[in-house]
Design a binder for this molecule. Sequence first.
Ligand code: NAD
Length: 551
Amino acid sequence: MSGPRPVRAPRGTELSALGWQQEAALRMLQNNLDPEVAEHPDKLVVYGGTGKAARDWRSYDAMVRTLRTLKQDETMLVQSGRPVGVMQTHEWAPRVLIANSNLVGDWANWEEFRRLEALGLTMYGQMTAGSWIYIGTQGILQGTYETFSAVAAKKFGGTLAGTITLTAGLGGMGGAQPLAVTMNDGVAICIDVDPRAIERRIEHRYLDVRADSLEHALQLAVEARDARRPLSIGLLGNAAELLPRMLAEGAPIDIVTDQTSAHDPLAYLPVGVDLDDMAAYAAKDPAGFTTRARESMARHVEAMVGFMDAGAEVFDYGNSIRGEAQLAGYERAFAFPGFVPAYIRPLFSEGKGPFRWAALSGEASDIHKTDKAILDLFPENESLHRWIKLAGERVHFQGLPARICWLGYGERDKAGERFNDMVASGELAAPLAIGRDHLDCGSVASPYRETEAMLDGSDAIADWPLLNAMVNVASGASWVSIHHGGGVGMGRSIHAGQVSVADGTRLAGEKIRRVLTNDPGMGVIRHVDAGYDIAETVADERGVRVPMREG
Ligand code: NAD
């Protein structure tokens, strides 16, 4: 019987598969399970609750074995983390096709999913866990940086210098907020009830200082703001208590958001409950705890709305706190928008989204060379330059060295082709795996997040991610995946991913040009179809054909 063991992708140029396309899939599967990358590698869990790379260890072994013998004209089929077939295809076809966690509509809920999972019939693939292109916390840091950069562009003349952001939650993902704000030159006050969360963020250099009190936090923030100096400040306390207090005292806050784990009421500390008693109370009386947590969230959101009324920029950062506050009876919970309709949708309309690549050589120098190539290719993009420079200084690689940045339609293909040329010329030590998050411009239907409040009301239309997967298969991606439930849970999202391997061959260059044009092209046409002006302009200027606008 095969069981848990440490997994690490091989480095260097020696192949254990029959070609680089297969080798890349193998190394990226193994990299997702590298203890430096995965949250619980022994359980095959990569990130995001229970997002897995393989269904069980036997399936993992079968995938490794199959990838090592897979030919250039064969395709391995993966059904929720288990290899179920190998078919003869052709060299333009993906080497791996993946479908994870999909359930028929009426059955698409956690209860049924967990029943099937317990029977060993499925697994939760999250987004990049089951599609083998997770790169550690760099992804969330960059996404958060991009969001705050979009806030700066929309409201503050392109920089957060001279502004104060107020937020809460310094956990696994929320902990990226202070650094993302300071990377945009702003000041952040970040509240958390758990002193360990504050200490951990300071240790990892994501957070600069800890304040002794609310007054101290405000004093530090105002000084830094006036000097236009970036600074992030940790403040211990309950957000549902501190936000109303700060509002009442007229604290000079410009931007408010939140990343406490509000999506799960048993993980949000109600006012009046001690942190040390939280777990026992939640376990003993989950219903009572939920009621109290929701009441606190209502006070928290009420204060956020108050800041909005006072002129601050306020948004929900994808943690469902508005929905929970509404359940507690607070009527204005949805008075402020989610971050996608507020800032990200204009980027999605241009086909922009999280583009990422990993160096299969294992050499950090390969990534540094690609960083330089990106800066040369897009000299005019200031925010991109700032990110690449800061990422080079501040991001520690986890597993295979990797980089993420947001590029749009007409940009990703340029970068991909340049990378392939760099592999061909020997400038890079080995090929690159080029992919993206499923949270992208034209690859996801998720009405509580990526497709919240679409202009034409098409939030729940899931044809788009399916078309996205099909066009990537038709364009020559190396592996393509269709998942359900990533990010927001069962029944709430359908999304697709692709990874393309730049192995330096002419064939790879041809495939990459098509995939990295058509994949973000889905974002442009999806937003043209929904009636977004920016998307229409991009389609006109960059030559994206939309039949309903022709003739
Ligand atoms: P986490 O559980 O690791 O951290 C949550 C933090 O909130 C903890 O440190 C906890 O101490 C703190 N907290 C709980 N109750 C509090 C209260 N009343 N006052 C102050 N602090 C409190 O969670 P995470 O991984 O950081 O994610 C946070 C939330 O953000 C989740 O709901 C997640 O789904 C959401 N999220 C959304 C996106 C997105 O949509 N792009 C991205 C990242 C995270």
